[in-house]
Design a protein around this ligand. Structure first.
Ligand SMILES: NC(=O)c1ccc[n+]([C@@H]2O[C@H](COP(=O)([O-])OP(=O)(O)OC[C@H]3O[C@@H](n4cnc5c(N)ncnc54)[C@H](O)[C@@H]3O)[C@@H](O)[C@H]2O)c1
Length: 386
């Protein structure tokens, strides 16, 4: 079977651009997929960043300093764009208008207005496949939780907690970077950086918050500027959002948290669902383990903790006895994007799609309401437009 080669351009060759290069380089890890990304062109404002690609990625034929040159390159049919948040709107709109498919990074616009610009471009160009990066739901343990929700196993939902926690900013000596400045990262702060990861599954399940009460914290007020001085650290470090979820037949509390200063945590993404018939928990803190507590009235309440086998959305050469990790989740997300691009949403070999622009829009609605809630301490209603 000949594989469908998808010719990619990468705009933004930093931390995440390299993760894509790594995933594409080990595509042989996947079994039975009839599509493959090939990175043929790269672009970064910093020549050292593109140089890493031209040195390490043999398929790269052209390196650009101006993304418009990459968009004019007819060999490029799809783009991965991983640039700071203040550039999302302009670049994503230009990519969509150039007719290229796009996997864009979250938060998909620095604020709600930027996100709306991207949405308008997409509405005018419905033929391009546009998705938002969010890899954690591809962990086997998270996929198990997805399956249980889809099967309606939880009964009446009692409450939900989901979060994404880091501790790297606990160190006040960590220098400032673009992710700690409002001009480049946005007013959302840690919500914009981490929140789409947290909202991806709740929004996929249809669990839309009707309102939110937010508690946002700035914990480290200034940071070294890398030149011997200090500068204000402007963005929110931590956010706790208490949400009131209303679905067609259920109403329950959902607490979402995004933290840059959560002592002891490094990239801990988790979801906990409590229900009258089943409770379950998955956290990347214990990436092999899924905890579940099935309940029948009058019966004992016992947590079952199993080492989830390496059973990913797309098959791999890795045996079920081994562990799944961050770079595996990135590979699986890329497989889902390429599958959808090659075969359409209805022709994918498994049903779990990458986060959609509608889900990214939903996250902006929640973050915008959270900022309003923080300003005056009120509970803010979220208008879902229907
Ligand atoms: N999915 C995830 O797990 C995850 C993790 C980290 C970051 N991100 C997201 O990825 C995006 C990039 O973050 P990062 O950590 O890779 O940042 P980074 O700073 O490591 O890389 C960004 C790159 O963009 C380049 N750049 C800046 N302006 C440019 C321009 N005009 N044209 C071309 N290139 C330009 C920079 O030179 C840099 O190399 C952000 O949206 C961020 O939220 C996602």
């Amino acid at each position: 079977m000949s594989k469908r080669m998808i010719r990619f351009g990468v705009i933004g060759c930093g931390l995440m651009g390299k993760e894509f290069a790594s995933a594409a380089a080990r595509w042989l890890h996947l079994e039975g997929v009839g599509f493959e990304p090939r990175i043929v062109a790269v672009c970064d404002a910093n020549p050292a960043a593109t140089e890493w690609f031209t040195r390490q990625v043999p398929s790269v034929e052209r390196a650009y300093g101006d993304y418009k040159e990459l968009l004019a390159d007819d060999a490029v049919e799809a783009v991965y764009c991983a640039v700071p948040h203040h550039l999302h709107a302009q670049l994503y709109v230009d990519i969509i208008e150039a007719g290229k498919h796009l996997l864009g990074e979250k938060p998909f616009g620095i604020d709600a207005a930027a996100n709306a610009r991207i949405g308008a471009a997409l509405a005018a160009h419905p033929g391009v496949v546009v998705r938002c990066s969010s890899e954690f739901p591809f962990y086997p343990g998270a996929q198990q939780v997805v399956q249980w929700v889809n099967e309606g196993r939880f009964g009446r939902i009692i409450e939900v907690e989901a979060g994404f926690w880091h501790a790297s900013d606990l160190d006040p000596a960590k220098p400032i970077n673009w992710k700690r400045r409002i001009a480049t990262n946005g007013e959302y702060g840690c919500m914009g950086d981490l929140g789409m990861h947290v909202l991806h599954l709740p929004l996929r399940f249809g669990w839309r918050p009707a309102n939110v009460r937010a508690l946002l914290s700035k914990i480290v007020p200034e940071r070294p500027d890398g030149k011997g001085g200090t500068v204000p650290c402007e963005t929110w470090d931590n956010a706790i959002l208490a949400c009131d979820v209303r679905t067609e037949d259920q109403r329950f509390p959902m607490v979402l948290s995004t933290k840059r200063i959560a002592p002891g945590h490094a990239n801990t993404w988790f979801i906990r669902i409590q229900g009258t018939e089943l409770s379950a928990e998955f956290s990347t803190k214990h990436p092999k383990q899924v905890a579940s507590l099935p309940y029948s009235p009058g019966r004992p309440q016992a947590w079952h903790i199993v080492d989830a086998p390496y059973k990913s959305a797309y098959g791999t050469i890795t045996g079920g006895i081994f562990e799944f990790g961050f770079s595996d989740s990135i590979l699986q997300m890329w497989a889902a994007f390429c599958d959808e691009l090659a075969h359409g949403a209805d022709g994918m070999s498994q049903p779990f799609r990458c986060a959609t622009p509608e889900e990214a829009l939903g996250s902006h609605r929640v973050f915008t309401a959270a900022l309003a809630s923080e300003r005056d301490g009120s509970t803010v209603a979220i208008d879902w437009g229907n």
